[in-house]
Design a binder for this molecule. Structure first.
Ligand code: GRG
Length: 291
């Protein structure tokens, strides 16, 4: 197993699936909407959430392509959250993934609708999955909706906005970030297990991996806002100053140690999978990521 080779293969396959999904709408007259959707969806990104879905499926002995509709769906929901997060009514950011943000190119109205379309279309794509146990489909859709919705990612964003003018406790920051970042990662990992026909024990392992990896990922994200450069990140840095980040809570040095600790815990949760070498390597590489 070569880490870079498998990552490249997964990314290329995901890219094709997403392109193919939107190709079905190419005869529709609302071309500006699809242009805005594709601008953000096919405009780069690490594709980590999609890769998690494909790899968890493979680790459960399913063929990884079985998880493609779920992998595509989580990438679409992730992209919608970034488009909306960048809007003037949210973070008001001008750059994302090395390019002007969606609303800077298409205007706020179309950018908002592109996000709405991506969220809704994600469920259309997810509905095309063919699970080894078809009765698990409703569980999969419920999981995706719960993780992305009001008690998950959107809920985390709301709690974040509501607490902008006060300093949060450690417990509150952990709760908000687990929802904002961790829940969609949990959906990706657990949907991969469902697509691969994994056991309840493997589903629990995937959820535990996601919870710890999500925190490691967000702590590193907060660190990169301080130590990263705009060129590396493809977006503005230093924009979190004064916000309730992990760096504010613990300081840079302790954050570095925490990223390693949460990553180690995430990797430990993979013991219920027979071949977790690729995912272990990927998780460890994220502790050093610069983007
Ligand atoms: C419903 C109006 C409305 C807004 C929703 C839910 C939401 C907006 C925003 C929260 C999601 C968010 C921006 C969380 C931060 C997670 C995070 C670390 C994003 C960056 O992920 P990467 O590094 O990005 O995986 P790439 O570009 O590589 O895909």
């Amino acid at each position: 197993m070569n880490l870079d080779q498998r990552t490249t293969e997964y990314r290329a396959y995901l890219e094709d699936c997403l392109k193919e999904f939107y190709a079905q709408f190419h005869d529709q007259p609302q071309k500006r909407l699809f242009s805005a959707v594709e601008y953000s969806l096919l405009g780069g990104g690490k594709r980590l959430r999609g890769i998690f879905a494909l790899e968890f499926c493979r680790m459960c002995c399913g063929h990884w392509k079985q998880a493609a509709p779920f992998a595509g769906a989580v990438e679409m929901i992730h992209t919608y959250s970034l488009i909306h997060d960048d809007l003037p009514c949210m973070d008001n950011d001008d750059f994302r993934r090395g390019r002007p943000t969606n609303h800077r190119v298409y205007g706020e109205g179309i950018a908002t609708l592109a996000g709405d379309a991506l969220l809704t279309d994600a469920f259309l794509l997810a509905s095309t999955a063919r699970l080894p146990q078809p009765e698990m489909m409703s569980r999969a859709i419920e999981l995706l909706a719960r993780c992305a919705g009001s008690a998950g990612m959107v809920g985390g964003q709301v709690l974040d906005i509501m607490s902008e003018d006060r300093e949060l406790t450690e417990r509150e920051v952990l709760d908000i970030q687990s929802r904002k970042t961790g829940e969609l990662i949990r959906a990706a990992c657990c949907l991969g297990v469902l697509a691969g026909g994994g056991s309840q024990e493997q589903l629990d392992g995937a959820a535990k991996f996601a919870a710890d990896l999500g925190l490691a990922f967000q702590i590193r994200d907060d660190m990169l806002d301080v130590i990263g450069t705009r060129e590396e990140m493809g977006k503005g840095v230093g924009t979190d100053a004064g916000k309730n980040t992990f760096v504010r809570l613990y300081g840079l040095e302790a954050c570095e140690e925490l990223v390693r600790t949460y990553t180690r815990r995430a990797v430990e949760a993979l013991e219920v999978f027979p071949d977790s070498a690729y995912l272990t390597g990927l998780a460890e590489s994220l502790t050093r990521r610069r983007v």
